[in-house]
Design a binder for this molecule. Structure first.
Ligand SMILES: *Cc1c(COP(=O)(O)O)cnc(C)c1O
Length: 407
């Protein structure tokens, strides 16, 4: 008899996006011809930068000729891409990250879901609340949690984000082994400063823990005082792994390319306490289960690092950031307390009422779709997320409509 992994049965259906879709559908049916403005989905809206498209096309042509055709590539990713990542994203900012420490992948979602399999089932896992659901669900699948009770999985440590701590969680009271962090944050848009991040690295060094640092929104950091990478922090090379993505930076959400940095010194331990380099484990996993991203996609990602690519992605990001600032200002003018929207493409609004109630009001009265914060965890109740991934014209109109309803 073929038996299932019963941990899958503990998973809660994520009703968030299906619930949103259902309510939107009902609204559209009742109001034919009324134009909806969607500020709910965390997907980019602008096309790939021309520099990437040009490199993409050229690489496709390479595949059409025996002389330039590429078959299986290196599992870790082509050196031409890993070298540029190491140089531009890390060495240029004074960090000692080498191309050999970079693993190219098909997504930060995939990496943040896959990394947990390197670690024992009985470790203590800490996740933020509100949370990017991948961190939680992949640990449920692996059997690291108990049942779902009153909105939370037993056995997980939830690091609470609140208005009081500005959605930068405090260190846990108990000892935890694996810590998920995401800054700039999805969904709250919160950022962490050097001092704050140093406290987490020191905690991990003291407790022999490991931090999985999701920096998918790094490109949105404009405040010079904020760290762009956890590897700017002293001691982080021993206790941290960082995930980055071309998705939000360069519109690769559909094209798929990302990378993970596992420094040579990053260490985990056997049950007896013998240190083992995590790099060695991740390389083994990566080369066994994955064959990297297609050659044309890696060439397209490489073009992000050319002068034109930097200029074009810079424009994309600053456009989204201008939207975010505009949205935050408009909500604050209406008297709402907001987080994010400054070094992140999300504005997290304290809606002073139930998340779904506020969602329904914006939908029915303004025809604007947002994301109810409670969908990201218990601490998200009473908040909604507004996404800046849109054209400025749509954002302007959405804020006008919201002002008319809430003003
Ligand atoms: C969008 C996003 C990612 C990016 O995932 P890809 O798989 O690279 O597209 C990763 N983490 C968070 C928190 C995100 O919001």
């Amino acid at each position: 008899m073929i038996k299932i992994n019963e941990h899958y049965l503990k998973l809660q259906e994520s009703y968030l996006f299906s619930d949103i879709a259902r309510r939107v559908e009902a609204f559209v049916e009742a109001h034919p011809g009324k134009e909806l403005i969607r500020m709910g989905i965390g997907d980019v809206t602008h096309a790939l930068p021309p520099a990437c498209i040009e490199a993409f096309h050229k690489a496709v042509d390479d595949m059409a000729d025996d002389a330039t055709f590429r078959g299986y590539g290196p599992e870790q990713g082509y050196l031409f891409l890993r070298e540029k990542i190491a140089r531009h994203d890390f060495q240029a900012r004074g960090m000692d990250i080498e191309a050999d420490e970079v693993f190219v992948s098909d997504g930060a979602k995939c990496d943040s879901g896959n990394l947990q399999e390197l670690f024992a089932v009985d470790i203590k896992v800490a996740v933020p609340d509100p949370v990017y659901p991948v961190y939680v669900d992949t640990n449920v699948m692996a059997g690291r949690t108990g049942a779902f009770v009153d909105g939370r999985y037993q056995g997980l440590v939830y690091l609470e984000g609140t208005t009081a701590n500005g959605f930068v969680p405090d260190l846990p009271k108990e000892k935890v082994d694996l810590i998920y962090m995401c800054f700039p944050n999805n969904p709250t848009g919160a950022t962490i400063d050097r001092q704050g991040l140093q406290r987490w690295v020191d905690y991990a060094l003291e407790h022999k823990s490991l931090i999985l640092f999701d920096a998918a929104y790094e490109a949105f950091i404009t405040d010079d005082s904020l760290p762009h990478s956890i590897f700017e922090i002293d001691g982080a090379r021993r206790v941290a792994i960082e995930m980055r993505s071309f998705s939000k930076l360069a519109g690769f959400t559909g094209t798929r390319c990302a990378y993970t940095v596992v420094p040579g010194e990053c260490t985990a331990y056997t049950a007896e306490g013998r240190p083992v380099p995590v790099h060695q484990l991740w390389r083994r996993r990566h080369t066994t289960k994955f064959n990297s991203v297609s050659y044309p996609v890696q060439r397209a990602a490489e073009a992000v690092y050319t002068a034109e690519g930097k200029e074009q992605t810079g424009k994309l990001v600053s456009g989204y950031l201008a939207n975010a600032r505009y949205m935050r200002k408009a909500m604050e003018k209406l008297g709402y307390t907001c987080f994010g929207g400054e070094n992140a493409p999300y504005v997290w609004v304290d809606c002073r009422t139930d998340s779904w109630e506020f969602f329904d009001r914006l939908l029915s009265e303004a025809a604007v779709v947002c994301t109810p914060g409670v969908g990201f965890g218990l601490c998200g109740q009473g908040y909604v997320r507004l996404s800046a991934f849109n054209s400025f014209e749509k954002v302007e109109e959405a804020m006008e409509r919201i002002e008319a309803v809430l003003g």
